[in-house]
Design a protein. Structure first.
Length: 263
């Protein structure tokens, strides 16, 4: 498995193209997997802490309105994460999850925070250019769960998309990935350090760790969002469209929106 650290991440320009318009990809809402329950991953032996419910973690340092402490994930996705952890354990590593199922107010709040941050950094930009960045990192979502279109849900409303990283088992220190989770610059792109890394210890370590994360998750069947090294999914629209376009064999998504607080 450690050879993954020395195996280049494929150029993600094709994946970026495959991703475009994924919210229109068909979902088979009648697939039995769409009825799966969500469980808090911590109850299943997977480490994590909800970034949007914390007050001690960058870049936000505040608790988002409507956030929940749980990290809800579909049961089949949890089983795949357990397999990944089994492979990582002999190498002193494990998955650490920041976010999974996301309530609608958090989706709204994240977009608003991102927009305010981009406007503050680039005051000379017009609204169109600002929103191009916002839309790259934060999906459009409605005001409330009840308003979500089941055929075009925000990825994190499905319980099958996660934001995660890797950490060491021995001391629970996160592996260096080069940026914070939710970074909104091109450095967040999954293959950034394949294309732009210098010869510094920092860049080389970030590149190796991103490679490990990418290869072990994709080997398990997940896709990694080409613009966010931390965002992975299985069974949702982004996953189905990228897999379909990458293999020329159409696969429908099967996870639509869910609300584990009411199930």
């Amino acid at each position: 498995m450690l050879e993954y650290r020395d195996t280049q991440i494929p150029n993600q320009s094709f994946t970026l193209e495959y991703k475009k318009g994924y919210r229109q990809w068909p979902i088979d809402v009648h697939d039995e997997r769409n009825a799966e329950a969500c469980l808090d991953i911590r109850s299943q032996g997977i480490a994590g802490k909800n970034l949007y419910h914390r007050t001690d973690a960058p870049p936000y340092f505040h608790q988002f309105e409507g956030s929940v402490p749980e990290l809800f994930v579909r049961t089949s996705v949890i089983e795949k994460l357990k397999i990944v952890n089994t492979l990582l354990a002999p190498h002193n590593a494990e998955i650490f999850v920041y976010d999974s199922w996301r309530p609608a107010p958090v989706q709204k709040g994240g977009r608003a925070w991102c927009e305010a941050d981009v406007r503050a950094r680039f005051s000379e930009w017009d609204t169109s250019r600002v929103m191009d960045v916002v839309n790259e990192f934060w999906a459009v979502g409605p005001e409330d769960e009840s308003d979500i279109d089941p055929l075009s849900p925000p990825p994190h409303s499905t319980g099958s998309a996660l934001d995660l990283t890797l950490r060491r088992l021995s001391d629970e220190q996160e592996l260096w990935m080069g940026t914070l989770v939710d970074d909104t610059t091109p450095k967040a792109h999954t293959d950034w350090y394949e294309l732009h890394a210098d010869d510094s210890f920092s860049d080389r370590e970030a590149r190796k760790n991103r490679r490990l994360l990418f290869h072990i998750l994709t080997k398990a069947g997940f896709i990694v969002n080409p613009t966010e090294w931390w965002h992975v999914s299985w069974g949702d629209q982004m996953w189905a469209q990228i897999v379909s376009k990458g293999t020329s064999q159409e696969v429908r998504a099967w996870y639509s929106s869910t609300n584990p607080r009411t199930h």
